[in-house]
Design a protein around this ligand. Structure first.
Ligand SMILES: NC(=O)c1ccc[n+]([C@@H]2O[C@H](COP(=O)([O-])OP(=O)(O)OC[C@H]3O[C@@H](n4cnc5c(N)ncnc54)[C@H](OP(=O)(O)O)[C@@H]3O)[C@@H](O)[C@H]2O)c1
Length: 363
């Protein structure tokens, strides 16, 4: 059955894979685009990722604008959408509170309002930190009464990207509940490249990690032997997202998309170093010390790392029984994460690193 879908963030890393997945299944996919002239490039990429480009259409708009900046004609067309997938976000470190809120919080509320007004299922991408309850408590979030949270303090504590994602989550839940809308939230951990091709886009945290390894800037493992950076492959993630959108049992539910088999950080670095012929670090640097060093601007520039990124490296383990049951029920196989990490490293080495960086590896 072909269904009308509206996707925000469809030009981004996860979004491209989701658009390819949905269009390959025969759905019509309308993508919110700030630069709709890039539709041809998006279609080409979607076809490259195994999707059906002829089913992909652009809708001009911007998360930062009232009513998403949609024309009246596009607003009418979007009323047909059975599902609204919200992936669009300003994903960067070092944002101001205002920059992050304008897109990630206000944009999410605009998308939720549109979905609620026209009775579309809203499928939203959150983040796995929302499932780390101790962390939420530690940074001052009041999950059972989010309006009591001192949000500016949270922004100062964890940085604007993460804080805005957390604020957006609670604001959207409240809005959908007030409007009686149907919502499903998927919380991915850090996203790894495609399990077979390794495809990933530059700008993703894993690419930054591999680049730092190649440039010799990661000479010690942040944290301890217990620390890990939980991963999920992009193909497994989009299968979960697509399946949850059409599963009536997922209305009002949240799902953590995280591969519990992700190795600890030291082993993860060894996995990505091996296919590109690099040595991986063996010794550890305490996270506190690293965070302190990163407050010194020249050190931060040299290490090409941001304190905000370090929060995602942690020792908390998560219960993944729900996602495993969900995947089994829908016949979604979980790829081998170690192999996916190696494929991603090979892809990054071939397509994301500049010539000089690739030469460093070749030496
Ligand atoms: N990647 C991860 O490891 C990870 C982990 C957990 C959660 N997430 C969440 O997953 C979602 C997708 O992440 P991603 O990695 O695919 O991000 P991404 O590659 O950075 O893509 C971001 C997308 O958002 C769009 N966007 C940004 N600002 C916009 C605006 N003002 N109006 C309309 N569209 C706008 C971008 O469009 P343009 O092409 O116009 O720039 C792009 O399509 C985000 O919500 C992110 O927080 C990601």
């Amino acid at each position: 059955m072909s269904v009308e879908c509206f996707v925000t963030g469809g030009t981004g890393f996860i979004g491209q894979h989701l658009v390819a997945n949905l269009s390959a299944k025969g759905h019509t996919v309308r993508v919110l685009m700030r630069r709709p002239k890039r539709l041809a490039a998006l279609r080409e990429q979607v076809a490259h990722l195994g999707g059906d480009a002829s089913r992909v259409f652009a809708v001009a708009g911007d998360l930062e604008q009232d009513n998403l900046g949609l024309s009246l004609a596009d607003r009418e067309v979007l009323r047909q959408a059975k599902v609204v997938f919200h992936l669009g976000a300003h994903f960067a470190w070092g944002l101001s509170l205002e920059q992050a809120r304008a897109v990630n919080v206000e944009g999410a509320k605009r998308v939720a309002l549109l979905a609620a007004e026209q009775n579309s299922r809203l499928v939203m991408i959150g983040g796995y930190m929302l499932k780390n309850h101790e962390h939420l408590q530690r940074i001052g979030i009041v999950p059972h009464n989010p309006p009591l949270t001192d949000w500016p303090a949270v922004y100062r504590r964890v940085g604007s990207y993460e804080a805005s994602k957390l604020e957006a989550h609670f604001a959207t839940l409240a809005l959908m509940s007030a409007k009686g809308g149907e919502m499903t939230v998927i919380h991915p951990s850090t996203v790894c490249g495609h399990s077979r091709t390794g495809h990933i886009l530059d700008g993703q945290p894993l690419v930054a990690l591999i680049r730092n390894l190649v440039q010799g800037k990661l000479t010690a493992v942040p944290g301890t032997a217990e620390h890990w950076l939980p991963m999920v492959t992009v193909d497994y993630l989009v299968e979960l997202v697509a399946a949850s959108a059409f599963d009536p049992a997922m209305a009002g539910q949240e799902l953590l998309a995280l591969d519990a088999q992700t190795p600890n950080l030291r082993e993860l670095l060894a996995e990505v170093a091996q296919p590109i012929g690099l040595k991986s670090p063996k010794h550890y640097i305490p996270l506190r010390l690293l965070k302190w060093l990163l407050r010194i601007p020249p050190v931060a520039r040299f290490l090409n790392t941001d304190v905000e990124a370090l929060d995602f490296i942690q020792i908390t383990r998560f219960d993944t029984a729900a996602v495993e049951q969900f995947a089994n029920r829908h016949g979604i196989a979980k790829p081998d994460i170690r192999q996916s990490l190696r494929h991603t490293a090979t892809f990054v080495h071939s397509y994301c690193l500049g010539k000089e960086e690739a030469l460093i590896v070749g030496q």
